[in-house]
Write a protein that binds this ligand. Sequence first.
Ligand code: ADP
Ligand code: ADP
Length: 227
Amino acid sequence: MIALRDVCKFYGPFQALTDVNLDIRQGERVVVCGPSGSGKSTMIRCINRLEEHDTGSIIVDGVELDEETRNIRAVRQDVGMVFQQFNLFPHLTVLENLTIGPIRVRRMGRAQAEALGRKFLDRVHIPEQADKYPAQLSGGQQQRVAIARALCMEPRIMLFDEPTSALDPEMINEVLDVMVELAGTGMTMVVVTHEMGFARKVADRIVFMEAGRIVEAAPPEKFFSAP
Ligand code: ADP
Ligand code: ADP
C-alpha cells in the first residue's frame, strides 16, 4: 500500500530523513514514535506530499510520487491526514467543514455530501454538533471533526501526526477511542504518537525513528516485553 525506498529529505543543508525504508500493507496499522525532531512528521508528510522527498522513491497505492505535480490530487484523495492542530475552517460550521471536500474536490451534490458528512459525524459520536462552529466545540470534539472530515474523502489510507498532543488530558481518550474504532474497520493507518497504550492496543508494527532514520521496526510485543 505504501512503499518507501531509500528515502532522503533535506531542509537546506539539514538532512531530516536518511535512507528510510518502510513497507506498509493494506489494512496494517503502523505507529511511528521517537524523539522530537527525529523526522516522524517529515516522513508522513512525504507520504501525502505535503513535503517532497529528495532521493529514493515513495509509492502510495500503486502511484509513484515524483516531481510530476499531476499525482498530488490523486494522492491527497487517497490519503487522509489528521494534524496535531485540528486545522478546521473557523468560519464554517462542522457540517460545512465536512462537506467542502466532497463538494469541491469530489464534485458531489450538496445533499449527498451532507448525508456523507452526517454519517461520519455519527461515526465519531458527535452527530448533535453539525451546526456548531469549531470554536464552540472542545478540543477533543474538534479533533473528532477533523477525523470525520478526512474520512469524508473516503481515503484508503489515514495518516495521523500527533493527533492528541494538543489536547487536554481528559480529551485524549475520546479521540483515541475513535481511532481504535477506525482501526477496527480495517483502515490502513500510520500514526505518529507518544501514546504507547494506543500503540500497544492497535499497532501491528511500531517504527522507532532517531535522527532521521528508522532504527527499529517490530510488532508491539517486542517493544513492551522485558528484554
Ligand atoms: P518530528 O516529527 O520527529 O518531531 P520533524 O519531522 O518535524 O520531526 O522534524 C525533523 C527535523 O527537521 C527537525 O530538526 C526539524 O527542526 C526539521 N524541520 C522540519 N521541518 C522543517 C522545515 N520546514 N524547514 C527546516 N527544518 C525543518
Ligand atoms: P511537528 O513536530 O508536528 O512537525 P513542528 O513544530 O516541528 O511540528 O513543525 C511545525 C511546522 O514548522 C512544520 O510545517 C515544519 O515543517 C516547520 N518547521 C519545523 N522545524 C523547522 C525549522 N527548523 N525551520 C523551518 N521550519 C520548521
